[in-house]
Design a protein around this ligand. Structure first.
Ligand SMILES: [Cu+2]
Length: 143
């Protein structure tokens, strides 16, 4: 079903929803942990954002958004649908965690091993901005 919706959206061309415009020079990054770091669980992940503000989901205000953590999945834009995969909204599941309350950190219980993380900012409707605001992908090892 997901497939069909995405195909229909792509076929519709300019009709499909566009993310809220984002200003230039925005930076989204991990304050902790750092890429390549070895940590122990639970892991406190802190989100850094400059050039835009954080607002809860549902709040339609220019220059704001809320955080999403992509956990252990393909980098944003490199999945099956490229940058079109979140045109309806970032999904909510174990690999896509929303911080719709405007949270800027989370403490995660993670099993031992390597984990990848990436942040994607979403607008009031959980859709990435235009252009998308994303962090780099970090890999951490949980011992
Ligand atoms: Cu969201």
């Amino acid at each position: 079903m997901k497939h069909l919706i995405a195909v229909a959206l792509l076929a519709a061309g300019p009709v499909f929803a566009q993310g809220t415009p984002a200003p230039e020079g925005v930076e989204l990054y991990f304050v902790t942990p750092q890429d390549g770091e070895t940590v122990s669980s639970p892991v406190t992940v802190r989100f850094g954002l400059s050039g835009m503000g954080v607002a809860p989901a549902g709040t339609e205000k220019d220059g704001t958004g809320h955080h999403h953590l992509l956990l252990n999945r393909a980098p944003f834009g490199e999945g099956e649908f490229g940058e079109e995969e979140f045109v309806l909204a970032v999904p909510a599941d174990d690999n896509h965690i929303h911080f719709g309350g405007g949270q800027t950190e989370v403490t995660l219980d993670l099993p031992p091993g390597q984990h990848t993380m990436q942040l994607v900012l979403g607008d009031h409707g959980h859709v990435p901005h235009d252009p998308p605001i994303t962090s780099g992908v970090i890999t951490v090892t949980v011992e």
